[in-house]
Write a protein that binds this ligand. Sequence first.
Ligand code: ZN
Length: 86
Amino acid sequence: MDEVRMPTCEEMVEFVTDYLEGTLPEADRLGFEAHLRLCVGCQHYLDQMRRTVTVTGALADETQDAISREALLMVYRAWLKERDSS
Ligand SMILES: [Zn+2]
């Protein structure tokens, strides 16, 4: 496991779209899943993102990148707020 770098929660946010689309490189995916097993916050975050991606997935490809990045940050900020208040 030494060569697998554990991403931070912030990096998880960047990886999550690629992970859900199945385009995350193997090394990053292993780190992502390792982090996921240890971090309940990111497990919830991934659940929320699955729903968000399902919604934005209906949009045209060229606008999807910009919009899902926005949606990602929105969900992430909401999640941070929720986590800090509990
Ligand atoms: Zn995390």
